[in-house]
Design a protein around this ligand. Structure first.
Ligand code: CO
Ligand code: ZN
Length: 330
């Protein structure tokens, strides 16, 4: 599992530039599904045939947050806009990389007060001596991702883009473990979640599932003087009740709780007060789709050092597998 997480998190793929991560995921899932297609927006849609059961959409977004070059100055420094929720404080001093292998570091203008750390005061320095040599490596509109190798802390791992490559890892590992199943499984590795749940919206429209479940990270309330929240690392799969994008289908939520209890999977209930998930878009597709979320608890979300607990990841995989094999008769 650690090898898979390492491979997925260390691959490039900011929203809108998911090509490299899509190819990595395609290779991982190919042996375990019957059909694979890529839709117009770039979602990777994998179908594992069932035996007359329900259409179950499993979604994880494969994009990550990032930066986009907006201007290159005469001295070769790159100004950037953000792709998704990038925190300027956390960006300062980080290393970033482009799809073509160009690396850079984030520097800032002279700042008197830490409150003035805003994205427009920051720039990327790729070590170019002037505009011309910068333009040989990078163009306006190119995307960069944070650069951080995965860190193995034993039962916990840290990486950039754990949001939401860990959700991708949960679905991939579930597909590997599944034998013949009754439900029609549609595994969607969605694009552009970080800029507004865009990929999942069209994927759900195309598939028109009976049930949709997203797998994504959620915040925790277990760090010193952090936010007040019930979810903690190491306490199991988080079954979402609500976030700012949706109120999960109550029947489906209760059904997942029942499943977890039956097969003794550790779980916790999650109410996330800020942040959304792909299920928010899936739920509002066509005439409405019963949608829920299984969340992987994660510390330091949207930083280059997002931490998850492997016991929680295992609980999410087992719950995902149980869902695939269940009659979904809630
Ligand atoms: Co995110
Ligand atoms: Zn996410």
């Amino acid at each position: 599992m650690k090898d898979l997480i390492k491979k997925l998190t260390e691959t490039f793929g900011p929203a809108g530039a998911e090509g490299p991560i899509r190819e990595v995921i395609r290779k991982e899932v190919e042996p375990y599904v019957d059909e694979i297609r890529v839709d117009a927006l770039g979602n990777l849609i994998c179908h594992k045939k069932g035996q007359g059961g329900k259409k179950l959409l499993l979604d994880a977004h494969m994009d990550e947050i990032g930066l986009m070059v907006t201007h290159i100055d005469d001295n070769g420094f790159l100004r950037f806009g953000t792709i998704g929720g990038v925190n300027p404080y956390i960006s300062l001093g980080q290393r970033v990389y482009f799809e073509n292998g160009t690396f850079g570091v984030i520097g800032s203008e002279k700042i008197e007060d830490p409150k003035d750390v805003k994205a427009e005061k920051l720039f990327i320095d790729i070590g170019a001596k002037d505009k011309k040599s910068a333009e040989e490596k990078v163009k306006i509109g190119d995307s960069a991702a944070f650069f951080q190798p995965m860190l193995d802390l034993g039962s916990r791992v840290v990486a950039k883009a754990m949001d939401d490559r860990i959700g991708c890892a949960v679905i991939i590992e579930t597909l590997r473990r599944l034998g013949p199943v009754r439900n029609e499984i549609y595994a969607v590795f969605a694009v552009q979640e970080e800029v507004g749940l865009r990929g999942a919206r069209v994927a759900a429209f195309g598939i028109e599932p009976d049930v949709g479940v997203a797998f994504d990270v959620t915040r925790t309330g277990d760090t010193p003087k952090g936010i007040t929240m019930e979810v903690a690392l190491g306490k199991g799969a988080a079954i979402k009740v609500k976030d700012s994008s949706l109120i999960c289908h109550p029947g489906l939520k209760e059904y997942m709780v029942k499943l977890a209890t039956q097969v003794e999977i550790p779980y916790q209930l999650e109410v996330l007060e800020a942040g959304g998930t792909d299920s928010g878009a899936i739920q509002l597709t066509k005439a409405g789709i019963p949608a829920g979320v299984i969340s992987i608890p994660c510390r330091y979300i949207h930083s280059p050092s997002e931490m998850v607990d492997l016991g929680d990841v295992e609980a999410c995989i087992r719950l995902c597998k149980a869902l695939c094999e269940s009659p979904l008769d809630f």
